[in-house]
Structures are given as C-alpha cells and as structure tokens.
Ligand binder design. Structure first.
Ligand SMILES: [Zn+2]
Length: 319
C-alpha cells in the first residue's frame, strides 16, 4: 500500500535517473526498468492519472486525495530509453519538465558533473574525498556553523548521506558556478574525462522531445540553465530563465507559448518573485521537489507548489 497518513493528498511522483547497465550506467538513486514497473504497481495503476487529466481535474478542483501523476525532470535520455516504453505500454501519459540550455551550444554541465562523479570513482565517497581535496580549504568550522541546516536537510531528504548534504552546501552556498566549474574541470583533467563525448548519452534530443509530445505527454518548463538556487537570483534574472525556457521549448515543439502551462522548480528552488513570473507567463500548475515544506508543514500551498514524492523514497517504502 503506497498511501499512508503522511501522503494522503494529491501529488506528483518525481523521477530523474534510470539505468539499464548498458548505455545508462547505474548511479545514485537511479532505478531499473523492472523496479520502475514494480513501483507503478506499488502506487496502484488506478491512482495514476495522465498528465492532462491531472491538470484538468486540478483546475476543476476534482482531484481526490489519492490522485497521482508521474513527472520526469531534466530531459534525460535515460527516461526516454527506459521509462517511456513502460508508461506507453500502460497508457500512462506523464509530465516532462525540460530545461533548455541543453539545446543550445553551451549547455549547463550539472548532469555531466553527476555522470562523472557516478562513473569515474570507486564510489561516491571517493568522489567527495577528491572534491574536498581539490577545494583545498578546511571546512570543519563551516560545517559546524551549518549544523542545524544539515540536520534539517537530513529530515527533509532522508536518503541523502551526510557527505551528500555537505557537498551540496559547498557547491550551492560557498562556490559560485564558475568556481565550481573550475574545481570540476581540474578533476576532469585528473581522470582524462572529456565532457562533450557524453552529451548524447545524457540528454534527450529535440526530436525525442517532439516525439514525447506527439505521444500525448505534457511538456513543461524547468528554467533555462537549471540553477541550483534560483531563488537567489534577481527578479529580472529569474524572468530571463523562464522566458528563455518558454521560447526555446515552444520553438522546438512548434507550438504557441500559451500551450505550455506546466512546470517544476529546478532543485525545488523558488521564491515569491518566481511565482509571480510563472503567473505572468500563463503557467497553470507547478511542482515542488518534496512533500512537506520543512518549515511550513503545509502541502500544496499554491498552484505552483504542488507536492511531489521522490521515487527514491518510494523505493525505500517498498523494500
Ligand atoms: Zn531538475
């Protein structure tokens, strides 16, 4: 039984990475096709609405406490290769949230960074060891100061290890994008890793996205460069992120901008400005990246803050 008193309200299920042990390597939190099928059975096929149906019932206030929809973030090729055939087979239509810098010359590299840390080290702890070494400064005092934040994050995302959280703090709070990039490229060098070689394995192509839409799935926004903390950006920077995202995605799909009405927040990061911008762009629904807001203890706060359960957490419930 998936539903319990902790998740007895309508929400999305959030998917990222899948593996087949062939082209798509196993990585932190990735799941196989077989586990994906098991997971859908565990959720209960009858509870899963197709994306357009979820949207319609949301607008009409007709979703029940047990309504679910499936959502796929980040335009990952592994979703196209591994998850799409399964949901097509079961006739489930899903949301796919696409960030658009992967379709321009100089894509954001965070997915490549992930691939690198998953595949070029004995395990993730080895990567963290190297990363902190290249970073070079003693972080003990910093982590001590952040004790409470680390504790809170662990509560919100229990599947993160302590070093997962520490690494994310350094990446997202101490370093800016260029400083992080510099460290990563130094590590690439050490391992003779060439990022460009991996774009095709990691990202969907434009024609993949077009095909998904033609099959009846719903394509939505996820910002342009997928910043880790969008809420730190100014209003106009945030606006650029979503306007560019909308322009590029509607261009690829050759559709009117007004046909794109859904989104999810990259890394779950947003503030009041973001919600304002989404309203102005005509969005009808937006998804968070977690269930309960750790501070507010509220669910589905607004139409742009619909809760989502991470598939990693569901896998834990199943095991
Ligand atoms: Zn994302």
């Amino acid at each position: 039984m998936y539903f319990s008193k902790n998740n007895n309200f309508f929400h999305g299920i959030m998917f990222h990475h899948f593996h087949d042990d062939k082209i798509h390597k196993r990585g932190q939190g990735s799941i196989s096709q077989r586990d994906f099928c098991r997971l859908i059975r565990f959720l209960g096929r009858k509870n899963i609405l197709s994306a357009d149906e979820f949207l319609l019932r949301y607008k009409e206030n007709k979703l029940t406490n047990k309504s679910l929809c499936l959502t796929f973030d980040d335009a990952l090729r592994c979703q196209y290769d591994i998850a799409l055939p399964v949901i097509e087979d079961l006739n489930i239509k899903a949301f796919f949230f696409i960030y658009s810098s992967i379709f321009v010359k100089d894509p954001d590299l965070f997915e490549v960074y992930r691939y690198f840390r998953m595949n070029y080290f004995k395990n993730i702890e080895e990567f963290y060891k190297d990363f902190f070494k290249v970073y070079g400064e003693n972080l003990n005092n910093y982590f001590n100061e952040k004790k409470n934040i680390i504790k809170k994050t662990k509560q919100e995302f229990p599947f993160y290890s302590l070093n997962d959280i520490r690494f994310r703090l350094v990446r997202d709070e101490i370093l800016n994008k260029d400083e992080y990039r510099k460290i990563m490229f130094e590590m690439f060098e050490q391992k003779k890793f060439s990022p460009k070689k991996f774009y095709d394995i990691l990202f969907m192509s434009k024609s993949n996205v077009i095909k998904i839409q033609k099959l009846g799935h719903v394509i939505g926004l996820h910002s342009h460069t997928h910043p880790m903390t969008l809420k730190k950006f100014s209003y106009s920077e945030q606006q650029k992120q979503y306007t560019k995202n909308l322009n590029i995605v509607s261009n690829i799909l050759k559709c009117k901008k007004s046909n794109i009405v859904s989104m999810s927040h990259p890394s779950g990061s947003y503030d009041g400005n973001t919600l304002n911008i989404l309203e102005n762009l005509g969005m009808k629904i937006g998804f968070r990246h977690s269930m309960l807001n750790a501070n507010k203890k509220k669910i589905n706060n607004s139409k742009y803050e619909i809760a989502r359960q991470d598939h990693k957490e569901i896998m834990e419930m199943m095991n």
